[in-house]
Design a protein around this ligand. Sequence first.
Ligand SMILES: [Fe+2]
Length: 367
Amino acid sequence: MSGEIIFRTPITFGWDVFDELPEHIPQGNIMLILGRGSADRLKLKERIGSMMAGEMAVFSGVEPNPSSATVERGAREIRENDPDIIIAAGGGSVMDAAKFMSLIAVHGGTVMDYITGKRTPPDGGLPVYAIPTTPGTSSEITPFTVVTDDRIGNKVGLRHPSLFPRGAIIDPSLTVSLPPRQTAATGLDILSHAVESFWSRNATPLTREFSLRSVSLVREHLQGAYDDGASRPQREGISLASVLAGMAFSNTGTTICHSISYPITYDSGLPHGMAVALSLGPAFELLRKKGFEGLRPLAEAFGSNTRDFRKDLESFMRSIGSPTTLEEAGFTGGEKRIMDTDMTALLRNFPVSLDEGDLEWIIRAIS
Ligand SMILES: [Fe+2]
């Protein structure tokens, strides 16, 4: 268990650091990428525009689970506006979309050209500065982007070193107005990243420490942030958990729980974090049955033990309004729909080899 771990994105973290934006982002002409909910709620366009001196063009309305079409349209607008930098202010979807747009704006092509490996640019796109308004994906510090492609009918992900943003400005005060359901979903995404990173085949002693601390912070603060969104300590705890999980999984990758979640979200619209969390307990159980060593610290970080982890996780999920079965999630696509998802890459990250029967066992466990 060894290995180099890399962090590329300088991080500014703290309550109200958003108000010091010009200290952390270079001046120049800006393309601002915004989503739907948080952009209006937080008046991001007006506040960023008043702090930054350069010309500012805006691409707004990036949807949750952003589509290839949105990414390709945004890339065209970036090329037309020719900015010096891109600022992505919003949730994971906005940051993921902006990172992909920046790559296509410089190197051309379509989303699927990059996903299929037809285009493998040796260098990056325009510099992206990320301002998360939700914790969860940690996209502000990772080399990943996930978008939805309607032509293939699923979510697709890309890992590329140039997808590390040039800077991340993480201000937990921006998450205060996040509604409870999104607080629960993004918190479960953090938990999933931390847990899957912990047992990833690529985990190192260092990434495992980040994972464990992240798991315990989620356990400590998510219920509180869900019940009382205005609480500064709870929101700070969750934002910290998100950074730590991001530091871990940007190095290790995630595993099969993420693959399993993609068709569930695509078909039923269940938020990403809730969809991933569904299979965490069964995956843990499978690892325990197969004699995978080292689950104890993970269970303990969650305030549980290896025997009760799955049960305790499920009651935690229920207490924050998250489904624990596919039926409750409203997913009717059946086992085959999930089994048809290409899981190759994330199966490789799983610490024990799984056959089809194992995957079916996981899916049945949540059916
Ligand atoms: Fe995720």
